[in-house]
Design a protein around this ligand. Structure first.
Ligand SMILES: [Mg+2]
Length: 434
């Protein structure tokens, strides 16, 4: 390397480090060291093409009607939340990202406000230097929302779907599976699950993922009872209708083994999601070795580092990053690394329309037969924030005409869904049945 180039490179690094220190001084414990490789991008793109002029966080809510509330175990969800990050540029473009509302929209807003100074004046095509850390969810969600909004702007500028910016061979039709099965109550109406499965089948969804229902210790529910119900869903639905079970990390390893073997025997189950506590790596390794049904997980990881032990030891067959929690950049990286281990990606997607489009773009860039989750219980907020709803027909999401994410936020969205303070869920107490 020539002396001149070296001096130039070092002076650039000094500048960048200086700015990073400034950011640290504002109180970020999530900021990471700048990446030397990014310096090239920064310097080469010094002439700003369309600088960022504002960054805004929009927190939205809608209370569920009583019949729309959903629950897992003892937890009842009473409202739907949404957290949008809108990045505007000098030319009048708006890029939108949806941060997972699990990061708490009020806290995410504070994190985004602190990052805004760094973003103003930069071009969306420049590398976004902040990455999720796996240490503070509000920071990770803020980074995820900004990262997604920047990808939206990059796609708009190129006139291409984000998936095509990442991978020229991206498949632009994404299969959407119906995700729900959180409304059946073991005490009063376990059969509701069968009716729900049939409804999604009739609506043209190719598959349905369901949960374990209300707390098993309330009603002395056993593995055999759950297997019987799962079997009833299999027999009530068409043989081409796919099924999945999400354990929500509620089962013991012994229970997971019993249920996993039954799901394999029933033959229609695409995967068994998070059967046991998320951090039980050895348990996941044993289950993956013992069971024929694929084990999936990873919906709460925001970094590749968190995923690595599970990927390299084949503790999972499917990994489920969520662009709302880790951003498009990190989700794609997680999926690309997973692919090296022969592990597929099917994103976790449990909130609203912007996140759905972002996760669809992620998986379209990774997989030849891409699948994405759709939360069937989020209510009107989900697609009501979008000018023309979600482009889903017969269980397929078409992203071929997207420029960027391919969405437009409704002008009156604040009025329609004003932010409602308070947690989206409550813990219900119920005495065990006599
Ligand atoms: Mg899940």
């Amino acid at each position: 390397m020539g002396v001149k180039l070296l001096r130039w490179l070092l002076s650039g690094t000094a500048n960048i480090r200086g700015r990073t220190k400034g950011v640290w001084a504002e109180g970020f414990d999530g900021a990471s060291e700048t990446d030397r490789r990014d310096l090239w991008v920064e310097v080469e793109r010094r002439d700003l093409m369309d600088p960022i002029v504002s960054v805004e966080t929009l927190a939205l809510s809608r209370m569920h009607d009583r019949l729309e509330q959903w629950y897992t175990a003892t937890y009842r969800t009473i409202k739907a939340d949404c957290c949008l990050i809108i990045v505007r540029t000098q030319s009048g473009r708006s890029g939108v990202g949806e941060a997972s509302a699990y990061g708490n929209p009020t806290k995410i807003q504070t994190e985004v406000a602190a990052l805004t100074g760094w973003l103003i004046g930069r071009d969306p095509s420049q590398s976004f230097r902040f990455h999720p850390t796996g240490r503070r969810i509000s920071f990770d969600c803020a980074v995820a929302g900004i990262d997604t909004a920047l990808w939206d702007l990059r796609g708009q500028a190129a006139g291409l779907p984000v998936a095509r910016l990442i991978n020229e061979a991206a498949v632009l039709n994404v299969q959407v599976y119906a995700s729900g099965g959180c409304r059946y109550d073991w005490r009063t109406d376990p059969e509701q699950l069968i009716a729900e499965a049939l409804e999604y089948q009739t609506r043209g969804f190719p598959a349905f993922k369901f949960r374990l229902g209300t707390a098993w210790d309330w009603d002395g529910v056993t593995c055999d009872q759950f297997i019987e119900l799962a079997s009833a869903v299999v027999h009530a639905t068409d043989s081409r209708f796919g099924l999945m079970v999400d354990g929500n990390a509620r089962l013991s390893e012994a229970q997971a083994l019993t249920i996993g073997k039954a799901l394999a025997r029933l033959g229609r189950f695409g995967w068994f999601e998070e059967p046991i506590p998320k951090d039980d790596l050895a348990g996941y390794q044993r289950l993956s070795r013992a069971l024929d049904v694929p084990i999936s997980g990873g919906e709460s990881w925001s970094t590749v580092e968190q995923a690595m032990p599970y990927l390299r030891s084949h503790a999972l067959s499917i990994v489920q990053p969520d662009a709302g929690l880790c951003g498009i950049t990190e989700a794609v990286q997680m999926g690309e690394i997973a692919a090296h281990f022969g592990i597929r990606t099917v994103p976790h997607n449990w909130h609203n329309g912007v996140m759905t489009m972002a996760n669809a773009q992620v998986v379209a860039s990774l997989d030849k037969t891409p699948w994405v989750e759709l939360n069937m219980l989020q209510g009107p907020l989900q697609s009501g924030i979008l000018d023309s709803g979600l482009p889903i027909a017969s269980g397929t999401l078409d992203i071929s005409n997207c420029h960027g994410l391919g969405i437009q936020i409704r002008d009156d969205v604040r009025k329609l869904y004003p932010w409602i303070e308070g947690h989206y869920g409550i813990v219900v107490e119920r005495s065990p049945q006599e």
